[in-house]
Write a protein that binds this ligand. Structure first.
Ligand code: DLL
Length: 447
């Protein structure tokens, strides 16, 4: 194993004989978690500094050394990192172990510029499996269940990350991947899985697939859905739960920090995802001043990975906007509120900031509308203009939907402060996702 002046205090534990019960670190008290965090952080900072040149240069440039870390609070002495920091190390310069110790490489799609490359050692993969299994168990998935995995397989961390987590929990995984909606419906009908893993918007596409084939999604074998990889609201949860007659829980994660399974939600409390703080130390910062905010205040989520060997992650800025809340089902681990948006997804419309999730919330409270919508931003005559293209529900007439549109314009004006135009679309006419859905089309550069 790679040299480090501080011995690594963490080694993954074997799979427990009874996979249906929480593991020891999952149920630790807050004090126990914090002392574990201190010990692991000390190693993580040394490991990053001593084995990745980019971290050494970053820390040196900031005038800080891993030896300065004397208590948990000292984490804030260390500089932030971001996607750009990892991109500069493309493809493998951010790895802290030799290639002979790497067992898997993933990469983020990266719509612009270079993709971000992430890697895992055997221990990292083990930890990943354990944490994803925790999330699924908390969400109500049990050993022995059949699990239909509709997250995309490939370089994206969703498919394989979810796959190995479900296997580790002791489930029979159906590695369906995203797309081929008719086939998805057929597999669910014939194989009768109890659980499904998907993005929330793709699960809606699958629901459409059921209806197209003359089937009622409520009659399916599904009992539980574990959904993530994109923002979704409580209104969307209600929609999905009612459509399928299931429980739907959140799973959160990002490739740079691990992949899916950084945090997961309990089916009992459905009150936001618990962050697995035995492996990740979260912080919330003000995205403009970079100041660390106390628990409860909204801001940008920042993560430090405590046990990762292949790709050290120190104070990584996610751009995800949320807040930290005390743990409930797992009191030692804090929860995160729903992600309201990403700081780089924020739409600034004539000076007003808004996120697609706010529109989702308002639209789904109007019975005429389905959850299928897109936002189109243009700038005719140098004035920002937003058009909400939204499908009416099948059972609602065009006239009723037009009434709903007036209501939605009013709601958006009074609750968000933006004027907009609503275009009522025919059911099934807007593009569907087979993974992460793109909601915003900002055409302002083109006038
Ligand atoms: O999307 C990992 C993942 C796969 C999570 C499957 C959950 C399920 P990336 O492609 O690197 O990784 O994208 C990470 O997706 O920073 C958030 O903006 C967003 N995201 C992920 N999960 C959630 C969630 C995977 N539950 C980025 N709620 C993150 C809201 C989410 N946003």
């Amino acid at each position: 194993m790679t040299e480090c002046s501080v011995p690594n205090p963490y080694t993954p534990s074997p799979i427990p004989a009874d996979r249906s019960v929480p593991d020891a670190e999952e149920t630790m008290s807050r004090d126990q978690i914090e002392s574990l965090q201190f010990e692991r952080l000390n190693w993580a900072l040394h490991h990053a500094y001593e084995n990745v040149q980019a971290y050494q240069e970053l820390f040196d440039g900031h005038g800080v050394h891993p030896g300065d870390f004397k208590e948990l609070e000292d984490l804030k002495l260390f500089p932030y990192t971001d996607k750009e920091f990892l991109r500069k190390a493309y493809p493998f310069k951010s790895f802290a172990v030799p290639m002979s110790e790497i067992r898997r490489i993933h990469a983020s799609s990266g719509t612009t510029g270079q993709p971000t490359v992430v890697a895992y050692t055997e221990n990292d993969l083990d930890t990943w499996g354990t944490l994803v299994a925790r999330c699924f168990r908390m969400a109500g998935v049990q050993p022995g269940m059949k699990v239909h995995n509709a997250y995309g397989y490939g370089l994206f961390t969703g498919g394989l990350g979810a796959h190995y987590g479900a296997e580790r929990l002791g489930c029979a995984v159906i590695p369906m991947s995203g797309g081929q909606t008719e086939k998805q419906v057929q597999m669910i009908r014939d194989f009768e899985p109890e659980a499904i893993l998907s993005t929330p918007t793709y699960l809606l596409t699958i629901a459409d697939g059921f209806k197209k084939m003359g089937l009622d999604p409520k009659e399916s074998s599904l009992k539980t859905a574990v959904l993530g990889a994109e923002p979704w609201t409580e209104e969307m949860r209600r929609e999905i739960e009612q459509t399928f007659g299931i429980d739907a829980c959140d799973i959160y994660g990002l490739s740079e920090v691990m992949g899916p399974g950084v945090a997961g939600e309990s089916r009992v409390t459905k009150d936001g995802s618990h962050i697995w703080e035995d492996h990740f130390r979260p912080e919330i910062i003000d995205p403009f001043t970079d100041e660390v905010l106390e628990t409860g205040r909204p801001g940008e989520l920042v993560f430090t990975a405590l046990t990762k060997e292949a790709l050290p992650i120190i104070r990584y800025r996610t751009h995800d906007l949320t807040r930290l809340l005390p743990g409930t089902e797992r009191p030692g681990h804090r929860r995160m509120g729903r992600i309201t948006g990403r700081s780089d997804d924020m739409i600034i419309l004539r000076g007003v900031n808004l996120f697609p999730s706010q529109i989702e919330e308002l639209a789904l409270n109007i019975p005429a509308f389905s959850p299928h919508f897109t936002l189109e931003i243009t700038r005719p005559n140098r004035m920002d203009q937003m058009t909400v293209n939204i499908e009416r529900r099948e059972e609602v007439t065009v006239e009723v939907a037009e009434e709903g549109a007036k209501k939605l314009v009013h709601e958006i004006k009074t609750k968000i402060g933006s004027s907009c135009t609503i275009k009522v679309c025919e059911p099934g006419s807007l593009a569907r996702s087979s993974g992460k859905l793109r909601r915003v089309y900002d055409l302002r550069d083109n006038g």
